[in-house]
Design a protein around this ligand. Structure first.
Ligand code: HEM
Length: 495
């Protein structure tokens, strides 16, 4: 007697386990005409008499093998166009699933360790609460940075070094380092330590998913620009701009600032109509007045309702809004970095990293025979960009992790946990890189398809270029600016 005859369970078919019927129907073009389209011109109307009779067609009734392709039906390449978009959405959904599960598990671990996850929210990488940070040369600052102070003294006494010492004195420094008076945050680190491997794996997976999904652009590029034009007017004014899952992914990974001005949080009379978001914008921009200005800009963006609001159905807008208010990966990573270096160790670390970098830069200038001779001003730019990191302890902390500095998380993280932090940072950088690669691939693909024509969402190439623009601050266009900055700060170990 075969096992199947004795097994009382119903036979599970591959098709039911993988949910093939749902997938097969999901790659069908939408059966019902969108509200803005004329149902008479919607190919499905001629195909499905039930639709013509006014009954909405259930997706399950669609057999894509019988799609009306050709004259009066779907343009052949429109089916490819829709399928490729749908596969992107399936991958975006899975990336979000991995990251959501990670944050849920982190939340549980923190709660068990007596740490509130809400305390981690809203990294302030871009803004430290100091409108005009003090300069290193201001009275009292150098005394608190002994390594830098030693270097400045050496440069002052060197004929070709004095100009560099003057530059250093002009650079900004954080007036107070987070946790100057506090000990490191051992509870946070201890609660996170067992979860770090899982976090690195989940973020790495999401990065791989986004990179793999991006490979679908060459498939869609098999469609010629003229065959795209055959059906393009049918999708107007819909646009990928309305992909709420892409929005969720970019915000969830850390690009919240990019969208601060996408939400109308006050009505025309200045009364606040979304208190939570308004407070969030004020937190990031540094003032309530700046939050009001953001809201005003948003209301001009899209016929009084904000471009993002107009592009999304209510339920999806609510999800995007939730991502703005919720914990992002940048929040989590920055909290981890700050916890690993808080206390008086933070200032010492910043001091060491800055001094090592400036010494390196000076020695390079000497080797090249350029010391004190920065006619083009580019050398000074490099010194300034290193100096700027002195107001971002997250970058300094990430540098310490990458350099294997045992002072990171001292007392709370062992070597294995520190290595897991390094893996997590690498995975985050990979995710950020994957999102940027997605943007570049999409932008180049769009140029091939429609050149400089306006997009159906009213943007086009100038908008897409601006999403990656080096002119914009890196905390707007990158999920993990501190991790990118740390790559400029690593120096070779000195023996
Ligand atoms: C022929 C194919 C495509 C063309 C011509 C095109 C064109 C454009 C244009 C011009 C924009 C800027 C907004 C606008 O003016 O509409 C845009 C945005 C966008 N598109 Fe596409 N796109 C295509 C395919 C895709 C695909 C396959 C996806 C995958 C999901 C996608 C996702 C997006 C997203 C997420 C945005 C918003 C980007 C952002 O705001 O940073 N697009 N697209």
């Amino acid at each position: 007697m075969s096992t199947s005859e004795t097994d009382p369970r119903p036979k599970l078919l591959y098709s039911a386990y993988i949910n093939v019927p749902a997938l097969v129907t999901s790659v069908a073009p939408p059966a019902a005409a969108p509200r803005s389209a004329d149902p008479g011109e919607w190919p499905w109307a001629q195909y499905a008499p039930s639709q013509a009779a006014g009954r909405a067609v259930d997706a399950a009734e669609v057999d894509p093998r019988e799609l009306p392709v050709g004259a009066d039906g779907w343009a052949h390449d429109e089916v490819l166009f829709i399928t490729v978009h749908q596969t992107f959405e399936v991958w975006f959904r899975h990336a979000l699933f991995e990251l959501d599960d990670m944050v849920r598990r982190v939340g549980q671990a923190l709660a068990a360790g007596g740490v509130s996850i809400s305390g981690l929210r809203h990294s302030r990488y871009a803004w430290r609460g100091e409108a005009v940070p003090p300069k290193i040369g201001d009275p009292g600052q150098l005394e608190r940075l002994p390594e830098l102070s030693k270097l400045v003294a050496e440069l002052d006494s060197d004929e070709s070094g004095a100009a560099y010492a003057a530059w250093i004195r002009e650079l900004p420094v954080a007036g107070s380092f987070p946790g100057d008076d506090a000990a490191a945050s051992p509870q946070l680190l201890a609660a996170l330590a067992p979860e770090l491997d899982m976090c690195a794996e989940r973020v790495g997976r999401a990065a791989h998913i986004v990179s793999t999904a991006t490979l679908a652009y060459p498939i869609l590029q098999r469609m010629t620009p003229s065959s795209f034009l055959e059906f393009r007017q049918r999708l107007d004014p819909a646009s990928g701009f309305g992909s709420s899952q892409f929005r969720e992914l970019e915000i969830f990974s850390g690009q919240r600032e990019r969208h601060l001005a996408s939400f109308v949080t006050e009505d025309a009379s200045g009364a606040i109509r979304d208190r939570e978001l308004h407070d969030l914008v004020a937190h990031h921009t540094g003032s309530v007045a700046a939050a009001s200005e953001c809201s005003r800009r948003a209301s001009k963006g899209g016929g009084g309702a904000g471009v993002l609001r107009a592009a999304l159905p209510d339920a999806e807008f609510a999800l995007v809004r939730g991502r703005m208010l919720g914990l992002t990966l940048r929040d989590l990573v920055d909290a981890l970095l700050l916890a690993g270096t808080s206390g008086t160790g933070a200032r010492a670390l910043a001091d060491r990293v800055a001094a090592a970098n400036f010494r390196d830069l000076f020695e390079t200038a000497l080797r090249r025979g350029r010391a004190g001779n920065d006619h083009a001003g580019d050398e000074r730019g490099v010194w300034e960009s290193v100096g700027a990191q002195l107001t971002h302890l997250e970058s300094i902390a990430a540098t310490a992790v990458l350099a294997g500095d045992p002072s990171f998380g001292a007392g709370a993280l062992d070597g294995a946990a520190r290595a897991a932090v390094a893996r997590l940072l690498d995975a985050c950088l990979a995710l950020d890189g994957a999102i940027m690669d997605w943007r570049r691939a999409h932008m180049q693909f769009v140029e091939v398809m429609i050149g400089g024509r306006p997009g159906t969402g009213g943007g086009g190439l100038p908008y897409l270029r601006a999403t990656l623009s080096p002119q914009r601050p890196d905390w707007e266009v990158r999920s993990f600016p501190a991790l990118w900055a740390s790559r400029s700060l690593i120096t070779a170990p000195r023996h």
